[in-house]
Design a protein around this ligand. Structure first.
Ligand code: SF4
Ligand code: SF4
Length: 215
């Protein structure tokens, strides 16, 4: 008799609304502030934002960033100013996606996308080079590397944008734009603050930010 009761439960569940998603074929929208794979950004004119200062490497608790700066070639500067990031590497076998590198960067050069679905078959592939991290020179969007699984929205907002647009708890800075434009994005609008009745978070286009999990 117990068997029949068990089958009855199974049969009944077949017609109930499914609460799981068939991952990875179907993915839930990611939270706006999720920390994923990094990108190295460019200014709107295409110049690289990284100045090779190594602050990100210094602050990284996992010691997974390797940077070497170099003087900009006078005839063909890579970034505005004196220096640029000549070598830039992140070891994703060590990175814990804490975002401290993003916080430390004085030029908003390094930010994080929402992509975390990537895997490697050897250690060398896990070390992303500057050529792989720097955004596309025409669109300003992250490069889609063959072993990565990008889905719509994974590169829409970056945690760096959230950091840059935050009023840091001072209401007088709310809505004040004080950050530089990015290739492909322009000067982004500020994040709308949160309300006590709900998250109230908005994208730069004013639409509601989907809250679908922890960050
Ligand atoms: S997210 Fe954290 S662990 Fe990863 S590279 Fe940046 S500082 Fe290092
Ligand atoms: S990413 Fe930012 S913090 Fe790191 S070396 Fe470049 S400019 Fe400095």
């Amino acid at each position: 008799m117990g068997y029949f009761r068990g089958f009855a439960v199974t049969f009944r569940k077949m017609f109930e609304k499914r609460v799981t998603t068939p991952y990875p074929q179907e993915k839930r929208p990611k939270p706006a502030r999720l920390h994923g794979r990094h990108v190295l950004n460019r200014y709107e004119d295409g110049m690289e934002k990284c100045i090779g200062c190594e602050l990100c490497a210094g602050v990284c608790p996992a010691k997974c960033i390797y940077v070497r700066g170099a003087d900009n070639p006078p005839d063909e500067p890579v970034s505005p100013g004196e220096r640029y990031g000549f070598v830039y590497e992140i070891n994703y076998l060590r990175c814990i996606h804490c975002d401290l590198c993003v916080e430390a960067c004085p030029t908003e050069a390094i930010t994080e996308s929402k992509l975390f679905e990537f895997s490697f078959t050897n250690r060398a592939d896990a070390v992303y080079t500057k050529d792989e991290l720097v955004v596309d020179a025409t669109t300003g969007r992250p490069q889609h590397l063959p072993w990565e699984d990008w889905r719509p929205g994974d590169d829409d907002l970056t945690s760096g944008w959230m950091r840059a647009t935050s009023p840091s708890g001072d209401a007088s800075y709310s809505g004040r734009v004080s950050w530089s434009g990015e290739l492909g994005h322009g000067v982004r609008a500020s994040e709308v603050g949160q309300t006590s009745s709900g998250s109230g978070k908005k994208d730069s286009d004013g639409s509601d930010v989907e809250e679908s999990g922890s960050t």
